[in-house]
Design a protein. Sequence first.
Lengths: 156, 637
Amino acid sequence: MSDNGIDVGLIKPILEEFRDQKGAVIPILQHTQELYGYLPEDAMQEISKRSGISISQLYGVATFYSQFNLEPRGKHIIQVCDGTACHVKGAPKLVAAVEDEFNLKAGGSDPEFEYTLEIVYCLGSCGLAPIALVDGQVYGNTTADSLVENIKEVEK
Amino acid sequence: MPVLKNISELNDFRKQAKAQLSDREDNKLTIILGMGTCGIAAGANQVADAVRSELKKHKIDAEIVNVGCIGMCHNEPLLDIQQPGQPRITYKNVKPAMVGKIIEKHLLNGEFSKRWIYGQLPARDGTTVEGIPTYAELPFYGKQVRIALKNCGIIDPESIEEYLVSGGYGGLEKALFQMTPDEVIEEMKDSGLRGRGGAGFLTGLKWEFCRKAKNTPKYLICNADEGDPGAFMDRSVLEGDPHALLEGMIIAAYAIGATEGYIYCRAEYPLAIERLKIAIKQAYTFGLLGNNILGSKVVFNLKIKEGAGAFVCGEETALIASIEGKRGEPRPRPPYPAVAGLWGKPTNVNNVKSFAIASQIMMNGADWFNHIGTKKSTGTAVFALTGKIKNTGLIEVPMGITLREIIYDIGGGVPNKKEFKAVQTGGPLGGCLPAEALDTPVDFDSLTAAGATMGSGGMIVVDQDTCMVELARYFLTFASAESCGKCVPCRIGGQRLLEVLTKITNGEGTLADLDEIERISKYMQEGSLCALGQLTPGPVLASLKFFREEYEAHVTEKFCEAGVCEGMFTYEIDPDPCTGCGLCAKACPTEAITGEKKEPHVIDQSTCIQCGACYDVCNFGAVLVKRKHELTVIEPI
């Protein structure tokens, strides 16, 4: 356990798995994020210490790719696609509705960390635009009302 | 099944698979479900559950086969029923509640619920059912020529046997055992295939450069980082026909002399990655990957690399940096990857479709391919047809077809009686074309000459309700956020363009801003390091060229005719078409609309918040978008 309550021991097997692979920074970070839901600073320090990859390189990669989060995320992840097809079919209205209903801003979480709203670009189901994901479940042809409804249902 | 050690073992295996599949078609009831990401998004899993429980209820023995996307997103979820020796009949827009009725009627009573049927695929011996159109007779498919998408939605992507029966790995067999690597490259050059990732460079020539490079080992990379919002054709191939990609890659590896390969796939495509993993495992099991492929001396090992969300990684040098575990920043070329790519070694990068098509070219020959399409753009183009269009979906058409044929004949035109406004091709780095350009032939050079690009194949249709200025601003939001920041013209230029466009859509623009757009764009095009920066101004320049009046209305009159830019328009009800149905009044959140039943309604401008709810619900086109100052003044009586 680190001072911030993070069990950094969990990282060891990840590093073992990728020990002999060249250029494995991205998969190491992906697996670490899967573990904690985000990339805690203590975990980054631990990876650097054990693998010898400099902390600046780790953060350089982590901040470059949109998949990585340096902050904790909410219990439920809402992703609204704002790819071109979804955009012209009203994705901005979905974003506004979710922001209003759950008291958060796109890219962030509500104060209780119940929900995180992310805008993503193209999930490749443009034929069913606009598309949204709630905890990985895909909803096609959504409206502001149906999306809010779907999010509320997840709680149950 | 052991490793296949030579061609005759491959052919025996294929024969055996064919016998099994024919046996199923002739003797077994098969239910086929479209299980691509789009099918699942439309509810295919719930339909599958309903199918299982209905079959159980009626004690019907049937094989359930999951296939990838056949391209008809607008008709998803799809359910096909194939009775022994009969054609495959497709039901469209299937809801779980419909499944019971379909099965009862079709399987127990031998009747067809025609209004739910889309069409039929003839049985192996050509048998069809009367009164139901075949796919070839339907406008959506009639004009298509499917090469890259040949098997998508037809075969089970998780079955290597079905791929073999469709003729799969026949191209590889020919390349490995009847041709030298140089002959393979010549064949590819003769085919005229141009890279389907967007740039349109001759694939055969690219292979030749890498083959000629002296350094070893050589690497082969498949670019499956389909980041263009509005494009999903690569996903469809990965999900629907992963072996086609593998076959193309093994052929390319043989031609180039590459021993190791990577498929760089977006992490946003989990199903594609899952199906690729299954296909790769099968290929290793049967000796189609690894050492001594099909008993030859050829060695090729293949891995999947998952991207981590960066649009710029579609650029080949950035993609290579990403595989090396670095920030995905492009670098200047030369040296080209063919000389110094991954880990500094010769590397060849091609798009998913290029590989899938390459295996077909090997199978059928260069002459077959270069007789399809136009002289300089041979073969077919795959488009993701989306936006304000009736038949959304994935289509593959011969190069040279016109935009009009695609949008109206295949796509069915713009729905809801709205007017066509523009078509955007090439995604956020492409360009848009207006109605006047609808007769432009679709090929690499004609589209570029007209002011758009082929890109990776997104085709988004917009109607009168889309503001071209806001759309350009949207593309810039995307492109500038995805700039890696390495070179100044792209990093600052994109930001500045976005600021100018935001100013205009906020109603604060001036005529000088339009010149400013052109000035910044020029510097970005000339000075940026990679295609991302060079092409970022494309959409805004194209829309400024074709829709200048709309830009001018925004800056001089502060008017947005599409009714999109906040505060730059208002609504008014035209009393003539208004029937007084009251739908608008019900929809209005501020109770700004009043009127007697069956009498024209009126909007109170002081309480209207321009949310557009009335505009969206009106079935008679009676709600009009107006300039704020040109409202009809009603004289007091």
